[in-house]
Design a protein around this ligand. Sequence first.
Ligand code: SAM
Length: 282
Amino acid sequence: MKQYITEHQSPYLDLCAEVSEILYEGKSDFQDIVIAESKEYGRVLVLDGVFQTSDRDEFTYHENIAHIPLFLHPQPKNVLIIGGGDGGTAREAVRHPEAEHVTMVDIDGKVIELSKQYFPRIASAMLEQNPRLTVKVGDGIAFMKEAENLYDVVIVDCSDPVGPGEGLFTREFYKDTYKALKADGIFVQQTESPFMHRKLVKEVFDAVSAIFPITRLYTAFIPLYPTGMHCFTMGSKKYDPLTWEPNRKRIFPTQYYNEGIQKSAFVLPNFVKELLYGEAGK
Ligand code: SAM
């Protein structure tokens, strides 16, 4: 008999993936966790019924969430990742030799341990115990409250704004993030689909705009996520991605990211501009 995992992407739309094997099914203190071998996307991680990553398309997400802010900053020495328990964003961050200290804080130690076991390629920096990477288990919201003037780049690689990730989408968290960044710091958060999650995208954009002098949205094609069109909201204290010029050479290979993408990711379709800026944006 065929087996499926279904994500309810909206009340009216499901993503139903045929799987050949369920490798792990359990509960942590924070969420339901399923790891399965899917026929289309390879191995998948599913938290609370939502596909988080897959062996086949993970590079589309991890390269975009990591390299766009990291290459915008000329010297990203101190990097903080909130969430990102699968290790993919940390793996991309340590590829930058400028990143002397990368700290990852995920609330769920079980996601971290299972990712090391079942997603060795994604979790490689954690498995290799890269000396520039520190992995902490804890609440990113509480962690951010304590930090002041410490980070060059903060990347919020969180789950959806339900469950433990909910507080990562609030004005208070963005204020704490602003405080945690150095004077020229950059913040990026994954903010779902600008096609399907319009309300969330607009609310986050307005909240970040009220705090950061430069707020931009960029998009990437992430096949596994709702609508395939995903966006990331960036708050920056100094560097504007719209005037970015290459500031150093990329010395590692990538599958999605390139210098053209660094610029084109910020070029928005009119329906997204209208969502963010109203009619005037067009
Ligand atoms: N790329 C993914 C996506 O958009 O679906 C996110 C992947 S990553 C696995 C999300 C992580 O955020 C999970 O491991 C979860 O434990 C973590 N997380 C959720 N709330 C958190 C919080 N308050 N502090 C730190 N980590 C949190």
